[in-house]
Design a protein. Sequence first.
Length: 256
Amino acid sequence: MIHPTAIVDSGAELDPTVAVGPYTIIAKDVYIGANTRIGSHVVIEPYVTIGRNCEIFQYAALGAQPQSLKFEGEKTFVKIGDRTIIREFVTVHRGTAFGGGITQVGDENFLMAYTHIAHDCQTGRNVVMANNTTLAGHIHIEDHATVGGLVAIHQFVRIGQHAFVGGKAAVVKDIPPFVIASGDRARLHGLNSVGLKRHGFSQQTLSALKKAYRILFRYGLTLNEALERVKADVEPVPEVMALIDFIQSSKRGITR
């Protein structure tokens, strides 16, 4: 299953079902799980783990040293989850010792062409990033979030679950769960109703989230006043509580 022109270090561990295309280079200390397919001209550097049933397209580069002036050559890692698709020219860099030591891409992610994931980023399950999405360091993207093409996200920003970030946005503060954001600088444009319906959220949940959104972002209240009013007036379904917790735990501030 390994093309004769590929170079695979003897210190790499590939499941027997892995396929490796022409001119690909796989370094030592790489582990690749069952039924994963690696295209041509891919470079996978040391300390990368790739899960099962992934598909890595041509010219992707995984595990390069981070683009950080604080990095001093320490042993750090990249981990790619199961059933993840990585398209052409995607780059995923290793973590740093000061940032947790690992860059992690979750299960069932879809990284479109030219996506860049910098050091110490973490993505959840079923995250979609369109072409030329650029993640600076230490970014966390929660489950089922979608990021449009040509989006740039600032260091340490969080993107909440089921959020949708529109194309060409510049994101400098946290994007709450369940919302739509776009623009330079990014602003909120309502609840991600279409996405939530597609994922089977009940009408009860949608109504509660809409009410919480209006209080938080449309009534002109301070954030603390709005949070207290949401707690008092909105049905405490799990999604509303997750929205409250996300906002209260924000360190960079919330996009409004």
